[in-house]
Design a protein around this ligand. Structure first.
Ligand code: AMP
Ligand code: MG
Length: 402
């Protein structure tokens, strides 16, 4: 039986070639960018007025002119007007182009306007040259890189793409993934199970978790029969880049998955890890390049294996930065030596520190307990006593909250 670190290393020896695809901005949220977004023009593209008020020539004021004759009005979206002389001003609205001959904006709040046919503005404050003008190119110059390849597209990146006129973006295309539930006892979620049956929940749990990379897996169910399992897996190995199985990898009489994968010449990298829960995890690679993650069927085990192994591997595949969180145990835990223990915990942020409070549950079948926890602490197999106050790696499946 191998250790957690060895299992991780063996999985990390494998990778997949992911293609790119073009998606519309509406579908781009959460995707990983595969192109460079550059400024198609200066940011801002013209000297932009940032307050509603009047545009003046500062030199006129400096030479003692406190009054300005209002010559016209310029709204956002209009081509720039021009003042006829230094003592003239133009009323301007936020977002308008700075009128030609002017350089300074005085907000309405600090001017007094008098007259009807001939309107005159009097300044009530001392202006600063260039105030309230967002100068052309002061944020970014035309051609500047705005978003780099590898960025995760969030609202700001999508907004920037929109402003440079890109209605589609090149992003990483998610791999083709199949999730295969195994077990004669499983019925679909919309059926009423007989007393000896259970609804199949693992596939939807894992499918939902794959949404973080926008992977849309196809779901399958196979019964506990060697021939049927082999036939079904044969077809899936040809059509998918990743197979995620749940169940059928333990020591039971009807656990046929390792045997079927062996018959199909999927190259076993390991079977069983010195860990609790999730010990029977089987991982292998097929000559076609397809990778097979065969998790134990117990819901906590399969979800834990997903979070500890598949999630970091998938993040690497999507070129996302590595992040290892450490959390402080809030209570002593005792666990037998020689097995890494993944302790379910509820986490709390306390002045920047992550506190991990054990929520024990009733073992690897207790999926309701996953709702109470936020993640798992990895407690090393070299020790059997883990003290309150010690720090351990945290595999969180929820965002941290304070
Ligand atoms: P196995 O790994 O096949 O021995 O299954 C271990 C336990 O997990 C059994 O109690 C199964 O009924 C349960 N189980 C297996 N597959 C699923 C599934 N897709 N959804 C929920 N529970 C499952
Ligand atoms: Mg089973």
């Amino acid at each position: 039986m191998i250790t957690v670190a060895e299992a991780e290393r063996l999985i990390n020896n494998h990778t997949l070639e992911l293609e790119s695809e073009e998606v519309s901005l509406n579908d781009a949220g959460g995707r990983v960018l595969k192109e460079t977004i550059c400024a198609d023009r200066d940011f801002p593209p013209f000297d932009r007025v940032t307050m509603d008020g009047i545009a003046i020539n500062f030199d006129h004021w400096k030479q003692g002119g406190a009054d300005f004759l209002i010559q016209g009005t310029q709204a956002a979206g209009s081509p720039p007007l021009q003042i006829d002389g230094q003592s003239q001003a133009i009323e301007v609205m936020t977002g308008a182009v700075l009128p030609e001959g002017t350089d300074t904006i005085i907000p309405y709040e600090v001017i007094e306007i008098n007259g009807e046919l001939q309107r005159t503005a009097t300044l009530q404050v001392t202006p600063k040259k260039g105030q309230n003008v967002h100068k052309q190119g002061s944020d970014r110059h035309k051609g500047a890189v705005l978003v780099n390849p590898g960025s995760i597209l969030g609202a700001p990146e999508i907004g920037v793409a929109a402003t440079v006129g890109k209605s589609t973006l090149k992003v990483i295309k998610p791999p083709k993934v199949a999730i295969i539930s195994t077990g004669d006892e499983l019925v679909s979620i919309d059926e009423t199970p007989l007393p000896h049956q259970i609804r199949s929940s693992n596939a939807v749990t894992l499918s939902n978790a794959l949404d973080q990379w926008k992977i849309q897996p196809d779901l399958y169910h196979i019964v506990d029969d060697l021939e049927g399992t082999t036939n079904e897996l044969q077809g899936l190995l040809e059509n998918y880049q990743i197979l995620i199985l749940s169940g059928g990898v333990s020591m039971g009489k009807f656990d046929f998955v390792p045997q079927a994968l062996d018959k199909l010449q999927v190259n076993k990298q390991f079977h069983k890890i010195r860990q609790r829960p999730g010990k029977p995890f089987w991982f292998g690679s097929h000559g076609s390049g397809t990778l097979v993650f065969a998790f134990p069927g117990n819901p906590v085990s399969s979800f834990m294996c997903f979070n500890r192994y598949l999630k970091p591997w998938m993040n690497k595949l999507f070129e996302l930065p590595k992040s290892l969180l450490m959390a402080e145990l809030t209570q002593d835990i005792e666990f037998e030596r020689d097995f890494t223990y993944f302790a379910q915990v509820k986490v709390k942020l306390d002045q920047g520190k992550i506190l991990a409070c054990p929520v024990e549950g009733h073992g690897s079948g207790d999926l309701a307990n996953l709702v109470d926890a936020d993640g798992f602490l990895e407690l090393p197999r070299e020790k059997s006593f883990f003290s309150k106050g010690e720090m351990f790696p945290l595999y969180a499946y929820r965002n941290l909250r304070s």
